[in-house]
Design a protein around this ligand. Structure first.
Ligand SMILES: Nc1ncnc2c1ncn2[C@@H]1O[C@H](COP(=O)(O)OP(=O)(O)OP(=O)(O)O)[C@@H](O)[C@H]1O
Ligand SMILES: [Mg+2]
Length: 295
């Protein structure tokens, strides 16, 4: 693999991050549309089979609003037996990240040769496998990070893969913020200078906490950091990479750079290299207290 190729791939990811800046405001769904999503078979309406499956499994009782519809996933606010839920629904099999995820998946070994061929051929079956892998990866990462005590949304299905694979292509986690006012991303939150310094400190610490566990986020910037009650929550984990990935160091450097760049609008002047060194320094320090996950 040439360095040029990696640079192009990573730049592609950069463009994607840029495009994400066009954050659509919270858009409560019209009553009709919500009804369509959650209609049951008796009414004769098809409804949305994934949402209906989540209801049948008892994970949600109601969809409250569509929060954000991105290219890869749609985020819904829902209600479940344990409170407010964020449903991240991956729908489009042709979504860009599945084409671009090579750089993140390098170093992964797929033992099943037939599955490996299907994924490489990008057949429908192969894309479905990639998508299922993406969903399980997000759950597995959420469970690991949550139980390690990091500030991430609590995963609401699992920790057994047997349980959470039943919700594919959706990932269910606790909603940060409230149903009326979900937490904004740091890219959208208006911050006072003092809040900005606080948010910056927490964000650098969050990246260090990930690194201590051996991870690079892979898309770490204010677009994937939520701000609620003076606390930074890290989101969006399918592309988390480990040191097994030959691009690890480059992805880490890239994350430090995008973190620093994305904080400029909040008046924080830091460069990528200094940020990276600070992250590495803190990663050598003590981490958060683990959470107890009951089986
Ligand atoms: N637990 C959560 N609580 C509140 N809001 C959330 C939560 N998780 C995600 N969101 C919202 O949903 C959006 C999409 O989530 P995420 O970043 O994980 O997906 P994505 O694939 O990057 O989607 P997009 O390309 O639209 O950003 C986030 O930008 C954030 O506004
Ligand atoms: Mg995101």
């Amino acid at each position: 693999m040439s360095a040029r190729w990696l640079e192009d791939e990573l730049n592609g990811a950069g463009i994607q991050a840029e495009r994400r800046t066009k954050h659509k405001a919270k858009k409560p769904l019209g009553r009709r549309r919500l009804e369509t999503l959650t209609a049951d078979a008796e009414t004769g309406e098809a409804g949305d089979d994934i949402i209906r499956r989540l209801m049948a499994l008892g994970h949600i009782t109601e969809v409250v609003a569509e929060l954000k519809s991105g290219k890869e996933a749609t985020a819904y606010v829902a209600r479940g037996p344990h409170g407010s839920v964020l449903v991240k629904l991956y729908r489009d099999l042709e979504a860009r990240s599945f084409k671009r995820d090579g750089v993140y998946r390098e170093g992964q070994v797929i033992l099943d040769q037939r599955a490996a061929r299907a994924m490489a051929s990008r057949s429908r079956k192969g894309l479905e496998m990639l998508q299922a892998g993406w969903v399980s990866a997000e759950y597995a990462h959420l469970w690991h990070l949550w139980s390690a005590g990091l500030q991430v949304p609590e995963p609401l299905v699992g920790p057994s893969p047997f349980e959470y694979s039943a919700t594919t292509p959706a990932v269910l986690m606790r909603l940060i913020g409230t149903e009326d006012q979900p937490a904004p991303r740091l890219s959208d939150a208006p911050l006072t200078p003092e809040e900005a310094r606080n948010a910056w400190k927490q964000s650098v610490q969050g990246m260090a906490d990930l690194l201590r566990l051996g991870y690079a986020h892979g898309d770490y910037s204010t677009y994937n950091l939520l701000w609620w009650e003076n606390t930074v929550t890290i989101i969006d984990f399918p592309q988390l990479t480990t040191r097994q990935n030959p691009n690890f160091t480059e992805l880490l450097r890239r994350d430090a750079q995008s973190l620093a760049t994305s904080f400029r609008k909040h008046g924080i002047q830091a460069d990528g290299e200094t940020t990276l060194r600070e992250v590495q320094r803190r990663a050598a320090g003590q981490g958060p207290a683990p959470r107890v996950v009951l089986p």
